[in-house]
Design a protein around this ligand. Sequence first.
Ligand SMILES: *Cc1c(COP(=O)(O)O)cnc(C)c1O
Length: 432
Amino acid sequence: MYVSDCISINESGHLTVGGADTVELAKQYGTPAYVFDENEIRKNLREFKKSIDEHYGGNGHVSYASKAFCCKEMCRICMSEGAGIDVVSGGELYTALSVGFPSEDIIFHGNNKTPAELEAAVDNNVGRIVVDNITELEMLNKIAAERGKTAGIMFRIKPGIDAHTHDFIKTGQIDSKFGFALETGEAMQAVKAALSMTNVKLRGLHCHIGSQIFDIDPFELAAKVMLNLYKEIKAQTGVELAELNLGGGFGIKYLESECPKPYAEYMKNVSAVVKEQCESLGLKMPHILIEPGRSVVGAAGITLYTVGAVKEIPEIRTYVSVDGGMADNPRYALYHADYEVVCANKAAEERSETVTVAGKCCESGDLIQENTKLQPVKPGDILAVLSTGAYNYSMASNYNRIPKPPVIMVKDGEARIVVKRESYEHVAECDI
Ligand SMILES: *Cc1c(COP(=O)(O)O)cnc(C)c1O
């Protein structure tokens, strides 16, 4: 059931995260609650950075995709690790800026940034705005011109590689709402348009081929395709782009049975491809950016719940209901995401039952996991759902007017609150 190094079981038979007893945490902070191990997050960020140092001579940097888990403390952690940050909205940008994040190290993504978001990006001198379409390019050039500024940009390219989970396909990617297609020539047109504009500076191109990817080959192929385009751009315009952003999407362990490769493997292989490709195409080696999100925080976080009703439907299934659900973790409802579930106060016991863990929302689809192994539980037991660090807190809603749980950060066994639990007043705050 261990999905990461930060999860263990102590002498009392309780589940621990980052050395803290989760049963004690549930007592102290209440449930539901998100709990993260700060050392695990830092370790992951360092591993990515080290892989660039070791395999690509340090000519690159890590930009954490904050949509996976964004709050002020997470931005501070990235800042202190020397990582950059990706934002995809004015709200994420605001969060990063509010802790003094260096704007040069911020990358602004999104397929439909509003004028207000672009203005905020330019006003705050965001280092790289990843432009998604021609409408946005024209709007951005105008906004920057009005302010007498030059905006650093990259273009989002659809490299024609669609990597979902375990396999990938090389066609069909034209049908994506993100970015410029290669096949139609629109990517080249956009590059030429940007080079002719006075208030944008094209720093390089970007691609992001999917998420929760275990294979390395689609990343290698993406790097190749992108560098071929760099060569073509050089041939047609004489301009050699200095940076290459290869996105994120590295897979993490959700289930005991899964076995992702160490992240250094990724950089090792991709660096080799980039070197080879640059040599054969006569290109300088670009500065590389990578954008891990899930892989930085996913396995570093868990969610704690208290068991309420246990409903045994003979010969059908047993529902174990918890005091949270799709409002704090919509991923099962959205895409039947896998998780391991453990009874935190009986963690040393065998998970001998097969149950369905249900939430408390008024929606039949409000499940956390179906037919999953769990210790025999009763009302009042504490459940831990593992690997919920990514796309849980950040995707949480107030459905049923349920206040969002707090985020507890553990470091060396010591816990602190980094996001407070919402109150009913918070939930109704904007009501007139
Ligand atoms: C979501 C996203 C990422 C991060 O993806 P993960 O699967 O969480 O690593 C990186 N770059 C871009 C542009 C994204 O949209």
